[in-house]
Design a protein around this ligand. Structure first.
Ligand code: NAP
Length: 250
């Protein structure tokens, strides 16, 4: 069994997830770096952590597939023998579209990856961490978005609605497992400079929108990672069910 506490980060290969993995290792976590298809990027995150003396493995798996979520956790069990934290970070956007242009398949995929994937991963974590199941407790952080409050109109209301579901899920699950040693919180990033905007057809979004933001700049993946590490830490021991805006005032 790993002596260090073990953190699973879904979508840890790039962007915010990669920053969380690297920051977590700096804070003493052993890290399971999940990825969907970017094996090289996940391996690079693992290499960065190991070069700094930390412990990490890469685990392939699509959180949009329930059987993959089972196998991701089975890999964590086999390699580390414990799990103490989960960051539900994996998430997608899609092309800018009005609702009346969206296909049912698009909307179903959005919710399957962003919402069902996070719920099923949290369920697996709870089966291992909850004192009700003989576990030692732990912490879950869900990655929402300011889109949950802004609504994503004329951009991607499906994405915004999926993140609204994450906020509600966070509050409810926090209360459900608060007496079982598990804290559940969320962060709501604003505009963060990562690759995700390219998937919406707006690769320069972070730079283009910066003048309209209160701080006149987009956030960095590292700034979101720091807030997630705080919510995972003992310094946040009395915080559960919180949804923390990491949005530069947006
Ligand atoms: P990103 O740069 O596009 O990275 C996405 C990560 O998620 C990648 O590691 C990717 O893996 C992984 N991923 C995607 N689909 C997956 C799946 N089905 N199963 C497992 N992993 C999957 O995105 P990001 O900007 O860092 O976003 C991370 C989270 O922050 C998302 O939940 C997003 O909604 C949220 N967020 C982002 C912003 C922003 O402005 N960037 C703002 C608010 C909220 P591969 O590398 O294998 O593709």
């Amino acid at each position: 069994m790993s002596r260090a506490p073990v953190l699973l980060v879904t979508g840890g290969s790039r962007g915010i997830g990669a920053a969380v993995c690297i920051a977590a290792a700096r804070h003493g976590w052993a890290v399971a770096v999940n990825y969907a298809s970017s094996k090289d990027a996940a391996d690079a995150v693992v290499a960065t952590i190991r070069e700094a003396g930390g412990e990490a493995i890469a685990i392939a798996g699509d959180v949009g597939k329930p059987e993959d979520i089972k196998s991701i956790f089975a890999d964590v069990d086999a390699h580390f023998g414990r799990i103490d934290g989960l960051v539900n970070n994996a998430g997608i956007v899609d092309a800018i579209q009005r609702l009346d242009e969206m296909t049912p398949e698009r909307i179903e995929r959005m919710f399957r990856i962003n919402v069902t994937g996070s719920m099923l991963a949290a369920a697996e974590a709870i089966r291992r961490m909850s004192t009700r199941h003989g576990g030692k407790g732990g912490a879950i952080v869900n990655v929402s978005s300011m889109a949950a409050t802004l609504g994503g109109g004329a951009q991607y209301v499906d994405y915004a609605a999926s993140k609204g579901a994450i906020d509600t899920f966070t509050v409810g699950l926090a209360r459900e497992v608060a007496g079982e040693g598990i804290r559940v919180n969320a962060v709501r990033p604003g505009i963060i400079d990562t690759d995700i905007h390219a998937a919406a057809g707006l690769p320069d979004r972070a730079r283009d929108i910066a003048p309209q933001l209160p701080m006149k700049r987009a956030g960095t993946a590292g700034e979101v990672a720091d807030s997630i590490l705080y919510l995972l830490s003992a310094q946040a021991s009395y915080i559960t069910g919180a949804v923390l805006d990491v949005s530069g005032g947006r």
